[in-house]
Design a binder for this molecule. Sequence first.
Ligand code: 5AD
Length: 475
Amino acid sequence: MPSVFIKTYGCQMNERDSEAVAAQLVAKGYTLAPSETVADVVLLNTCSVRDFAEKKAIGKMQNLAADVRKNRPNVVLGFMGCMAQSRGQELIDKLPDVDLVLGTQKFHHAADYLDEILTGHRDKIVDVAAESGSEATIREHLLYGNIARNGDGHRPPLQITAYVSIMQGCNQRCTFCIVPDTRGEERSRSIPDIVAECRQLVSQGVKEITLLGQIVTSYGKRGGSSREPENFLPSTLDARPSTTKTPFVQLLEAVHEIEGLQRIRFTSPHPKGYGDDLIEAYARLPKLVESAHLPVQSGSDRVLKLMHRGYTRERFLGLIKKLRRARPDIGITTDIIVGFPGETEDDFELTLSLAREVEFDNAYLFKYSPRRDTPAAEMPDQVPLKIREERNHRLLETINEIGKRKYDAFVGRRTQILVEGPSRKNPARMTGRTRCNKIVVFEGSERHRGQLLDVKITRAGSFTLYGDPAILGED
Ligand code: 5AD
């Protein structure tokens, strides 16, 4: 059977989609190739959020066509995901070596399409059509990588944590964002369907689940494969009328009931949809860890309005206050765009001051990148690249300085981590994650994988903590 290599660009949703495609192919007998140079099929799962992400994937494909194809003419090359969706046929016109262009609602057809190409039944395939029900097809996992079963049928899971896709698409129409075009309208899976997937993962050794969606706070609000409202209700309801809780909080409650599951995370919420019921859920559901990724995008009300974000600086700050009241140790991260069209120095200063006021644990900074067919791309007063770069640099310094203070404050403290596996940078060491989503590296061994450990933090590096193995106490 052929081997496949999937390279993933972009967000956790993309990572999850790649995993689902890999699992689908493995189920059909494919092996996972260790690199693109030896694979029979190379797929690039692409991101369109910024021009830079698209350029990287296109450059990579050009290299693949020049190097890999030259030595092995039969290798199959494909684009999938967001850029595949937004550019479609245009990608093959530009790069004739590409055999497959698979849109964001078509991942579940990967095996069939590759089969048609590998057997010579079809030459090129482009499928970027919308497909109803596709949100419920991202469900297969690859918990064991390439590891075969032992004689007794048992395999140790490689993955202690798993992503579960709960919805697809976005209806927010932020003026800078291409995602509504690449991911389509919001469509949610049903609670029973998601819970069944989570249960299955937990029965296979997964301890922590991250619920994924473009805007998880909009979960269940619109359409999808389960239009019936009762499908969204958890199996057992407490005494409160469900109408006071959003479907997302109902989903959290249902997942929370799964025995053996230790931790629940989710990403990304929209500040606009972050209601009191969700804040209250943090105080009430112990498995929901004290961590929130809340994209703020800007600290200026004027810019937030131009962006169509639907909240003000004050409302965002109020939300942070409430979250910290519910869980004082909560780790809060964000996304910020610098140099949005019309952003003045004063607007940018407001973003700097917001970052200082909130004291984010970390922030992902994005230089504004005009995207096709988005309103912001046509707005006046586009900010020159030089200024975008300069602001990015200044904000990064602030974020790093705050982050360092926050991480340093952990030194000397005991904290619980869930051990995920060997450190990527140094496989001789193990890594785990605190409940507030900080990575902790320590001198552990394979036997710690999957355990909840209390570690004492001895040192803080750049957005990494180090734990002392001498004072490891196992739960
Ligand atoms: N330019 C720069 N950053 C963007 N993002 C989304 N669209 C753009 C764009 N056109 C950022 C936002 C979002 C993150 C995933 O990507 O900050 O939260």
